[in-house]
Design a protein. Structure first.
Length: 176
């Protein structure tokens, strides 16, 4: 059973994404395999990705790795998981899994930093002291400190509560 559709993605593409199969001119006159051409990796079918991994050149591999790092939960990542799960790539399965794991870990860390930054902005916008802000959102001072430092992630409901407190007290604070 194929989990990932072989239909091309319809989302807009970032122009600097390598397309593989000729992205780096090696001076070769060998034509591109049928189907891949100069399409971005995110538009390749699962079969085209498998073919590129089995018989493609360095530019194909670089384009695939770039797509995995750019969107570690996207269509290409799902296709790689499917291909690796089929045990058709004997020597590179571990490497591809490691690239995907690292890309996902890097994304999670970036999201934690972004959440901590958002929480800090909400806290500052409220104009409240840390203990008062913590009390108004219903957490301990230690919990709020962990949110502000990015070492703990609040729930979505908690973020909504923080926004409400920041809006409510940010407006009533004396200006000037």
């Amino acid at each position: 059973m194929t989990v990932t559709s072989d239909a091309p993605a319809v989302s807009p593409e970032v122009p600097e994404e390598p397309s593989g199969s000729g992205a780096i001119d090696s001076g070769s006159t060998q034509p591109d395999p049928p189907g891949r051409g100069d399409k971005p990796v995110t538009h390749w079918t699962t079969h085209e990705i498998l073919d590129a991994l089995q018989s493609g050149d360095l530019s194909d591999w670089q384009a695939i790795v770039h797509a995995l790092k750019r969107d570690p939960f996207g269509r290409t990542a799902r296709q790689i998981e499917e291909v690796v799960g089929a045990d058709e790539l004997y020597g590179i399965s571990t490497a591809l899994q490691e690239i995907l794991t690292r890309a996902r870990d890097d994304l999670a860390e970036a999201e934690r930093r972004e959440a901590a930054n958002e929480i800090n902005l909400l806290f500052e916008a409220s104009g409240l002291r840390e203990a008062e802000f913590a009390s108004r959102i219903g957490v301990s001072g230690n919990e709020l400190s962990a949110y502000l430092a990015g070492s703990s992630d609040p729930s979505v409901a908690m973020l909504v509560r923080m926004r409400r407190v920041a809006r409510r007290f940010g407006r009533t604070r004396p200006r000037g």
